[in-house]
Design a protein around this ligand. Structure first.
Ligand code: F6R
Length: 614
């Protein structure tokens, strides 16, 4: 959480930084701030609220300068107000710092600094760090980079920081541990940011800073990277693959809607070079290259958070179905702290859109340390999780900016399904006929999504009926049980309506007590498979208690159509592929209800896109 951006070069820093903050706003939007260095002045402007509030606040003020740093905050320590906003000044107001992460030993450090006469304005852990850097710099009479390095040796916690100093006006010092940081290299200019989105329009040459590395972005001496133990490193320059058009709304009112509508293309991209219909083959390099690890695995453990965890649960259903390899699905936040049993014959799969989720990263590191083979499914290329794993595959859906995950989810499910089919074929646990039939169906998924998206207006109309609701229940079974969980999560996170997802048959073990004529119940009931008839019975149970049924059904369905109050149809497909289709109307339903309720769909309250704190 929190977005950080920095610039040093020949452009006006303010413009670069504000634009960069807008791109990073999905990471946090409680408060925003900027520090600009020019003509021996270090100006800091900050305010509660969004980047647009910061722009209004900075109007008429001195915003000149060709170097600066800026921050958009998701509050951890201290309420989101102006004082706690970043950047933070040091005591002398000669150093300013921005930070993404948590300094765990901040109160201990603060006590020491108080004894040396430092005073504090804010309740943040970050202010402690900037004061510590100033203290070390003066005490040891060292330059800024050395002061940062020495200070970070005292710090326990996670950070991506950027620091500027009136005494070192040609350099930005940046460092990371546990939070992401990317440096962009232009002609006589440098950029830094939490992800590549603020950088892509200026340069495609980037360096992904590694754990415990410190970079000096120095206009006179060039770029230097060292570790916090003071070992010089040679930075590896990588090419960015992102394009600027991927970062714009392209006429859609919200990124979320754009991303929902992008899914026919993103899933085509995700399957490109993997699902080969002319050769009747599915291939994933990261799996094929390490197939022995998978084929000899006693079990696969999937670790993820939130929506990615829901994708993992679908992964369990498909991988077990087609490979007969047992799969366990873990919440990363639990897995990392409960001393799990992991051994060398296990394959641990981590799933993360951002590739930066702190709990999933820690789960990955834990699994690796115990000798498991670690496989990643990430969207963001070069992200921390992608770089931690032994092997992996990218989902290739482009930047996902809406805080509620949509296109990344369907791609994660697609990748997991492809993995199940590749392994099933290698193991001989799937029949040739079944393999070919699913392969063919997979290639049709994009066109089937196009037909679902045509019902957008119908779903928007339907949504108007349900804005009264305080609660929703989502029911599904088999492959579609995790879709019920995901549908409920989408609704609650963007519309603030309480929603719960259940395996449909679990209703009668408690939740059925909640059903009344006020309660909308979304039932995911596509035809096919052994559970369809069972879901029909579960719908009867809800109807008998006057619940309002919104059913997601196959186009040819007659039975559920007659029972439901409202129906959304999806084209037929293979049973294991339904989650990719059934999740789309639920994304649209959540989106439209939230829009009608006037909620901030792309930046829902209290949330941030990339959860880099635990
Ligand atoms: C919900 C959502 C979150 C994320 C979760 C994990 O719409 O986006 O639940 O899925 O924070 O994030 P990643 O996938 O980046 O690890």
């Amino acid at each position: 959480m929190c977005g950080i951006v920095g610039y040093i070069g020949k452009r006006q820093a303010y413009d670069v930084l504000i634009k960069g903050l807008k791109r990073l706003e999905y990471r946090g939007y409680d408060s925003a701030g900027i520090a600009l260095l020019s003509d021996n002045n270090l100006n800091v402007y900050k305010t509660k609220g969004k980047v647009s509030d910061l722009e209004a606040f900075a109007q008429g003020k001195d915003i000149g300068g060709t170097m600066g740093i800026a921050h958009t905050r998701w509050a951890t320590h201290g309420e989101p107000n102006q004082v706690n906003a970043h950047p933070h000044y040091s005591q002398s107001e000669r150093i300013a710092l921005i930070h993404n992460g948590i300094i765990e030993n901040y109160s201990e450090l603060k006590e020491g600094l108080l004894m040396h006469g430092f005073t504090f304005q804010s309740q943040t852990d970050t202010e402690v760090l900037v004061q510590l850097i100033e203290y070390v710099k003066n005490e040891h009479a060292v330059d800024l980079a050395t002061a940062v390095q020495l200070a970070l040796n005292e710090v326990v916690g996670a950070y991506a920081i950027a620091v500027i100093d009136l005494d070192n006006p040609d350099v930005i010092v940046a460092a990371r541990k546990g939070s992401p940081l990317i440096i962009g290299i232009g002609d006589d200019e440098y950029f830094l940011a939490s992800d590549a989105t603020p950088i892509v329009e200026y340069t495609n040459k980037v360096i992904y800073l590694d754990e415990e590395e410190i970079a000096s972005l120095d206009l006179i001496n060039g770029l230097h990277v060292k570790t916090i133990s003071n070992v010089e490193k040679t930075p590896q320059i990588k090419q960015l693959e992102m394009t600027i058009s991927q970062l714009e709304k392209s006429g859609y009112p919200h990124f979320m809607l754009k991303e929902i509508f992008e899914q026919p293309r993103t899933l085509t991209d995700c399957m490109r070079g993997r699902v080969n219909i002319s050769e009747n083959n599915i291939s994933i390099a990261g799996i094929i290259d390490h197939k022995d690890k998978f084929l000899n695995a006693k079990r696969i453990i999937i670790s993820a958070c939130g929506t990615s965890w829901h994708a993992g649960l679908i992964g369990k259903y498909v991988i077990e179905e087609f490979t007969r390899i047992p799969v366990e699905v873990e919440y990363s936040s639990e897995f990392r702290y409960r001393n799990p049993v992991i051994d060398r014959d296990d394959v641990v799969m981590v799933i993360s859109q951002s590739g930066e989720t702190a709990d999933t990263l820690a789960a990955a590191q834990l699994a690796k340390s115990k000798g498991a083979f670690l496989f990643g499914i990430c969207n963001v290329v070069g992200s921390s999780i992608a770089r931690t794993t032994h092997a992996g595959c990218y989902t290739h859906v482009g930047p996902e900016i809406g805080v509620a995950s949509t296109k990344a989810f369907t791609a994660q499910v697609t990748v997991l399904t492809m993995i199940a089919l590749v392994l099933g074929k290698e193991k001989g646990t799937i029949s040739e006929e079944m393999y070919l039939s699913i392969l063919k169906e997979m290639s049709r998924i994009p066109e089937k999504i196009i037909s679902i998206l045509k019902q957008d207006n119908l779903i928007a109309e339907l949504s108007k009926i349900f804005t009264y609701a305080q609660h929703f229940i989502y029911l599904g079974r088999g492959f579609n049980y995790p879709v019920a969980l995901e549908g409920a999560l989408k609704l609650k996170e963007i519309s603030y309506i309480h929603a719960e997802g259940y395996p449909a048959a679990e209703m009668k073990h408690g939740p059925i007590a909640l059903i009344s004529q006020e309660m909308p119940v979304v039932v995911i009931a596509p035809m096919g498979g052994v559970v369809y008839d069972k879901v029909v019975s579960n719908i009867q149970e809800v109807k008998a208690r006057k619940g309002k049924i919104i059913a997601v059904v196959s186009e040819n369905d007659r039975t559920v159509r007659e029972m439901a109050d409202h129906v959304i149809t999806i084209p037929e497909t293979d049973e294991c592929l339904y989650p990719i289709l059934t999740s789309i109307p639920l994304q649209l339903l959540a989106y439209h209800i939230a829009v009608i309720k006037g909620c901030d769909v792309d930046q829902p309250r209290n949330l941030a896109k990339s959860v880099t704190v635990e």
